[in-house]
Every structure is written in C-alpha cells, then in structure tokens.
Design a protein around this ligand. Sequence first.
Ligand code: HDD
Length: 711
Amino acid sequence: MAKRTTRASSSTSSSDTVTIHDQKLHRGAGGELHQIAEDGADVLTTAQGGPVADDQNSLRVGARGPLLVDDFHFREKIFHFDHERIPERVVHARGYGAHGFFETYEPLSDVTRADIFQRPGEKTPVFVRFSTVAGNKGSADLARDVRGFAVKFYTQEGNWDLVGNNIPVFFIQDAIKFPDMVHAAKQEPDRAFPQAQTAHDNFWDFISLTPESMHMVMWIMSDRTIPRSFRFMEGFGVHTFRFVNEKDESTFVKFHWKPKLGLQSVAWNEAVKINGADPDFHRRDLWQSIQSGNFPEWELCVQLFDQEFADNFDFDVLDPTKIIPEEILPVKPIGRLVLDRMPDNFFAETEQVAFMTQNVPPGIDFSNDPLLQGRNFSYLDTQLKRLGGPNFTHLPINAPKCPFHNFQQDGHMAMRNPVGRVNYQPNSFGEGPRESPARGYRHFPAEENGQKARLRPESFADHYSQARQFFLSQTPAEQRHIAMALTFELSKVETVAIRERMISHLLNIDETLATTVAQKLGIQEMPKAADAAMPTRQDLEPSPALSIVERGPKRFEGRKLGVLVTDGVDAKLLKGLAAAVEKEKALVELIAPKVGGVIASDGTLIEAQHMIDGGPSVLFDAVAVLASAAAIEDVVKEATARDFVADAFQHCKFIGYDESAFPLLVKAGIADDLDEGTIILPGEEGLAAFVSELGKLRVWGREPALKLGKA
Ligand code: HDD
C-alpha cells in the first residue's frame, strides 16, 4: 500500500517500508515510522532518536564493576520511568472510559440554542469516564460507592462536560463542605485505611453530624452503589441547569441518563466476592461488551420546567440534595449515547481526560445551585495540578474537535504554537480571530440582589422527607438491602455514640428501618429522634422510578450465563443452550474442572473459559450445570464447585441443571429448597423459554428464607 511521507525527497515502496534520504524506514501499526535493523526488525532508539545497541546491560567498568555516569541511555530510560505517574484524581481516582457518539432525536431550538440539539439524527463524538469516588486508582471495582458518570461532548461549538453521578442527589448543599466530606469518606489519615470503603468512623461521624446528607445516605445504602455493570446504571447531572434559547429565554433542566438494558445491581455478598475474584469486574465488562460489538447505550432525558413550576414545587430546585420525582415531572428522551470504541491508550485518554463542569456551550447555563457554582470554581485547579500546566487542553482527548482559535500562548508543553506576528486583539493588522456577539456565549441575564453574607436558605432545611420517600419507594427486597447495608457499615464504626446518632436520624426517616438496624447492631436502648429543622413529610407519594428492581431489564440481553460442565456433557443440550442464549444477545461462558475443556458426549473437545476456581458464579447473572453421571461424582468433591451452586442460590440467581448434575445441588445443600428459580433444563424445545425466564435475573422471593437479614 502506498504511504505518504513527510519529505518530498522520499519514495515509497509497495510494502510498509518508506525510504527517506536513502534510509529505509518501516511504518508501524499506528502510522509511526521506525528505523530498520540489519535483520529487518524495528530499531529501538532513545527519546532523542539515537539507535540503541544494548538495552539489557548498563555501562560499567568490568563485568562486576560500578556503573558509569556516561550511560546516557540508562539515565534517560530510568528518568522517564521515574516520571511515568501523574497525581491521581483527589476523588474519582479509579475510572474507566470509552469513546462513542451522541445522537440527537429532535430539534430543541424552542428551549436551547445549543448547537448539539438543533439537527435530528446528527451525531456528536463523546468520551465517557465512569468511576468510583473514594478508592485510590488501584482499588477494586465493586466497592460500595457512588459511581461517576462523566460525559464530554465534543460539540461544534465547544466541549460540553456533563459531570454527573449514578445518583441524582449529593451529600452536601454547599461546595465549601466538599473537602470535609471527602476527607471523612476516604481512608483515615493516620492509618491509611479502610480503602475504598465508607464503613468507618470518620465517614459516619461526618454524616451523622450533617443531616442534609440523609437523602443521599438512603441512596448510597441501596444497591445503586453496587452496580452489576456501568452498562446497567442510570446517570444524573444532579443539579438544575438552564437551557437558554436564541431569545435569551431560560428553561430549567435536569439531565438523566437511562440505560437501554435496564438497571441491575449485585448483592452485597456477591460484591465482596467479585472484588476478590475479579477486581476489574466493571472494566472487563465494558471492555468485553464493546470489543464484542455489543455497544452499551443510554438515552439522554431531560426534565424541563419553568420558574412557576420551581416556585410551586415542594422543595427548592437549587438544592442538590433533592430530586423532582419523574411521576411529578416526566423525563423526556432527547437523544441517545452509544459507546463503541475503547481508547487506544488508557493513560493518554482515560487518565488524562479533564472534565470540568464549567465547560458548557452557548445555550446551556448554570442555576444558582451553590454546589454547582462551587464545582465550576474547583475543576480547573484540579486539572492544572494533575496534568501539570495550562496546556492540558492541547492533549488530543481534551482538545475540542471543532475549530478553535485564541491568543493564549506558550507555557509548559505547548503543542499548538501559533505562527505570525500578531498575538493580541484588537489589532490593526486585520489578523487573528475576533469576538462574535451573535455566535458567542451569552450568560443568562438573571437579575440578582441581596446581602453579601454566608447563608443557607430556609428552603434547603427539610432533610428527611425525600429520604423517607426514597425508602418507601423501594421493593421489600431493596428495603431489606438498605437495612443490611446500614447495619454492616455501622457495625464497622467503633464509636458507639456515632452508631446511635445515625439511628436517631433514621428515626426521622422510617421507624421500622431505625429499629431494625438498631436491633441488628445490638443497641440496647433506642435513642431519641434527631432534632429536625422541619418535621418529616408523611404525604409524599412513593416514586416507583426510584427502585432498581422496578426498572430492571425485560430480557436477559447483555447478561452472562455461566455454565459449569463436566466430561461427558450432553453435547446437543449444551449447544442448544448456547444458541438460545446467543439468540437473546447474551453471553455464555463455560466453567470446567480444567480450563483446557471437557470431552462432550459426542467425543468433541469443548474448550472452557474458566476452571472452577477461576470462574465462581458471582461473575455471572445466572448459572447452569450440565454434567454426566460419571463425571459429577468427582466434581461434587470440589469445594469451589459446591460454592458455585450455593452462592448462585444465596444470591437469588436462576440455576438451570440437568438430571446428572443433581448430586451437586445435593452436596451444595440446596436440594431441599428448590424453587421456581432452580430449573431442570427442558429438552431443546424448551431452552428459549428457560432463557427468557432468566430475564427476571433474581428470585427475590427466595431471599427472606436465607436469613441474610430482615427489614
Ligand atoms: Fe466532583 C471529579 C462528579 C461535587 C470537585 N466529580 C469528579 C468526577 C465526577 C464528579 C464524575 C470524575 C470526573 C472524571 O471522570 O475525571 N462531583 C461530581 C458530582 C458532584 C460533585 C456529581 C455533585 C453533584 N466535585 C464536587 C464538588 C467539588 C468537586 C462540590 C468541589 C468543590 N470533582 C471535583 C474535583 C475532581 C472531581 C476535585 C477530582 C478530579 C477531577 O475533578 O478531575 O475537581
């Protein structure tokens, strides 16, 4: 294939070699050129381009003598290695990103002049980074934690960063409390643990002294903080923003991301085990689904409202600890987000991407939410610190994809260096870009007045009503999980007074919840309810939209069935099951006593993806066991095989099995408790129905009998 080269004097050959000044060069996979060695291999060079002769041994005096300062290759190599790391994010350090596009459904010109929302069907490139909040960069994916959901839209009028979470409210109402909140949540400073966990004194001490966090506490103690996959989470812009149209009219807007495949979380006991079995569970999930062409998708939805709605709503729309229930103000889909490409280089893209809430294009503006305004101040500083200089916008992942021109210049590592004499405006040479009042960003001309003071509005004072509403909107299983999560977290708090203070808050939310948690913690005497600025409202209607189970998937699509197989497995049945699952656009992975695979009933070798120890059932959404009578006898002796089934049962998963596999159910101790979720696999005709049943994901009715905890 003919390739372009950088010099006029060069010539190209028919292969991937290029000749420049009589030197043959090889073009690598990324288009980069390599010097070629005598044997045709690419030549290793220093960063200065000097060919390297020996990269195995440093320069020294004699075989056993000291190293020499002359060794510029060694010096450069180690110097660069020593500087590979940049500071990790102070929060949201662990994250994983992907590229994709946003497709606009319909013009929204009546409410916003944002260019991205003008032309139906238009696709805008995006980069999305998901993250946990508290853990460091190397922490496990299934920590109980809020997930970041940050989207950078490369619009034709500049980058728009919607830096949200998978929870629509926040812990605090004023950004000035953010450092305290984060300090309390992360590892304690003297001992540097616990990592990526809020189950410790400092966190609950701060929380119990911060009643405004109670609504968020209900969310973080729910299964929202242990999502099954980034693909099955909602996302929220949290704050009230403004859309502004060409006439400078404002409409308030709240942003929501709705996953196409429905919501899904894991069980806490499952999360604990996944963290051991596969700490990269969420990364791997996103990687696998994108690499296999199953592109995750979300709809961007908005709640739009005017000043009159805001004035009449039960709570202040500027308060980031409150939601507007979808049943009161429906969400309207305005476009879809598809993630279809993994980064080529994790560091260059996912690590260096710089999200900033203040990145908004014309047509999108801020409200006076004090948390949002504080954020707008904070994010620029953090990028400067992390990325080392003001030119981080020159990095390809951060640079706009639309044309951009200004007179900013120089600084560390400047990559865009303007040419010519004029570097200011106005100038009389007629050179360079100028402002455009018509196209440029216009802030919504809101009228503001008032006393300069450190204040918190009265309208932010109700801290319990929506916490109660959230709790009452959950299914019984989800309520049970909230009680169990609170019990677990508070059981790790050493200071009894902090546990009791939390119970006193729970009493303002739901009495049964408070007494359940108190009993489970062994608190002898119930404390008094916490003093509240306002009584908890009892009249807020439950909002089913707040339940994950209510918003679960309709089908097994996008999920994974783990099939434990033995030698002699019925080849036809296994093939039929795999076909039925794949037809549902779900995945099958096989687990066998040896990863090399099993010899099926028809004599074929069937390869497995996991050996039993490496493929516990927590990695799958549902499981099946297909065995032969001869081979199952050995398999039942393996503790991990018994755990495979016992865990799946404990985690309320569907378990399919054939007759020969039954001894494993007996040994796993579940044979006497079979229910509608333990299904003897039908013949081939029934397999599609079996897979369709898996779409329910869990048999919640099984849970109370498991005595994991009762609400
Ligand atoms: Fe923040 C990162 C989301 C409040 C200050 N934040 C960060 C990220 C997300 C959020 C998703 C990671 C972005 C990425 O993947 O690179 N933050 C939120 C949400 C908040 C919130 C939804 C409340 C509604 N944040 C918040 C406040 C402040 C910050 C109140 C400070 C006043 N956040 C930061 C930061 C970070 C950050 C320190 C750390 C790394 C970064 O910005 O790039 O500036």
